[in-house]
Design a binder for this molecule. Structure first.
Ligand code: 3AM
Length: 178
């Protein structure tokens, strides 16, 4: 893709202890784990935007990066694709703070006249992705609930589609206050 246009999304980045917790969770052997440095919670998917708008958005992140509470995992799920399971995700327990953050980000996007995908916000962290030819839904080895999930950064990422899945790069970030 042209350097002037990038496929972007805004996400929360877990702190180091949370990354370790998430990377220690078991996932089906057939699925490809998300690399530990790429674990994130997507808050807003933007699609393809110009570098200029991306720059403005990057500057705006600090205005919405307020302190967040500790979140809890609720369960691990497989999310389906058209023909087979697609993702293994950790779903977070419902949190007003996350929906309030999504609303603040939506307001910034509107002010910058940036589009935001209107899929329902389902707060989750993708742990693993299934290859296209995965057929059977694998049993999850253990139910997982109540683990602490902390985020320390709100970031704008670009997503580059590659042969073995998307690769994410941080374009701008704002530290979340404690
Ligand atoms: O990595 P996760 O699962 O958090 O599913 C895509 C991925 O989320 C999601 O944005 C993240 C980076 O690609 N995504 C992709 N296309 C999307 C769309 N059209 C989307 N989310 C909402 N609408």
């Amino acid at each position: 893709m042209d350097d002037d246009w990038q496929r972007c999304f805004i996400a929360l980045a877990p702190d180091a202890a949370t990354r370790e917790t998430l990377s220690g969770l078991p996932s089906p052997p057939v699925a490809r784990r998300v690399p530990v440095d790429q674990l994130h919670l997507t808050v807003a998917f933007l699609g393809t935007i110009s570098a200029c708008k991306g720059g403005l958005l990057g500057y705006s992140l600090s205005s919405v990066a307020e302190a967040l509470p500790v979140f809890r995992t609720e369960r691990i799920e497989h999310w389906p694709g058209p023909a087979h399971p697609r993702l293994t995700v950790a779903v977070l327990a419902k949190s007003d703070a996350l929906f309030a953050l999504a609303a603040r980000i939506r307001a910034v996007l509107e002010a910058l006249e940036l589009p935001m995908d209107d899929r329902a916000f389902r707060p989750h962290i993708t742990l693993a992705r299934f290859p296209r030819d995965a057929s059977a839904l694998c049993e999850l080895p253990v139910p997982v609930a109540g683990l602490s999930i902390r985020f320390d950064t709100l970031a704008l990422y670009s997503s580059t589609l590659a042969r073995h899945g998307a690769r994410y790069s941080e374009l701008a970030s704002a530290a979340l206050p404690d």
